[in-house]
Design a protein around this ligand. Structure first.
Ligand code: DX5
Ligand code: ZN
Length: 215
């Protein structure tokens, strides 16, 4: 494998009564970045974290924070999460009235910008935004909850992206990741992954992260 896979634990699957301790535990286990799933009860059913929660945890770790916005009208929230300490902000194109403008808004706040592609969303939506993109997040489950089954149908999308994206743009995968599914994603060009239930449901975070890293 050319370079090590970037592992991003999703705080959605952490014990909600001990979020800070969980974050520190995955940091010392070897996490590369922290993934915050922001859900507003509209775009998806669940309601999760607000920018205050993200800001409070910003003080605990130097690890980069990735904010995955699963919300109606993401433009309304970008500045709050940028101020809360996000390093990368990812939006779903379906929710952006002016996707190109939204991505520029993120970049103007000096944050990295990402597009999250739902299982049914074709890659073409990114075609004219490539110059402003840092990450494409391939949803390998439908957004809304952790613990869902990995969708093999998305592997073809990863291969297509690998062919069309210039190298600085990273392909991350999100949903249903375990060593078996991650291997298939890496083989097709993924360089980062989100891990929720597989990591936080395990008894030893270091061993679990190593199992993902040593594919
Ligand atoms: C789904 C979220 C994911 C989720 C991943 O809407 O975007 O980040 O937390 O959880 P697992 O790894 O359990 O599928
Ligand atoms: Zn996510």
């Amino acid at each position: 494998m050319s370079s090590p896979i970037i592992i991003c634990p999703s705080m959605l699957s952490a014990d909600p009564t001990r979020l800070g301790q969980e974050l520190l535990a995955v940091e010392s286990a070897g996490a590369d970045r922290i993934h915050w799933d922001i859900m507003d009860g509209n775009y998806v059913e669940a309601i999760t974290f607000g920018s205050r929660t993200v800001a409070a945890h910003r003080k605990l770790t130097p690890l980069p924070f990735d904010v995955h916005l699963m919300v109606d009208n993401p433009d309304r929230h970008i500045e709050n999460f940028a101020n809360a300490g996000a390093n990368l902000i990812m939006v779903h194109p379906e929710m952006c009235k002016h996707l190109h403008r939204t991505l520029h808004k993120i970049k103007n706040l000096e944050k990295k910008a990402g597009i999250a592609l739902n299982p049914a969303t074709p890659v073409e939506v990114i075609s004219y935004c490539i110059e402003v993109l840092d990450v494409v997040l391939v949803m390998t489950v439908n957004p809304g909850s952790s613990g869902q089954e990995f969708l093999d149908s998305q592997l073809k999308k990863i291969s297509t992206l690998q062919k069309i994206l210039p190298p600085p743009i990273k392909i991350y995968v999100d949903g249903g990741i375990n060593p078996r599914t991650l291997k298939k994603c890496i083989e097709r060009g993924a360089s980062g992954c989100v891990t929720g239930s597989f990591l936080f449901g395990s008894s030893n975070y270091t061993d679990t992260l190593n199992a993902l890293k040593n594919i």
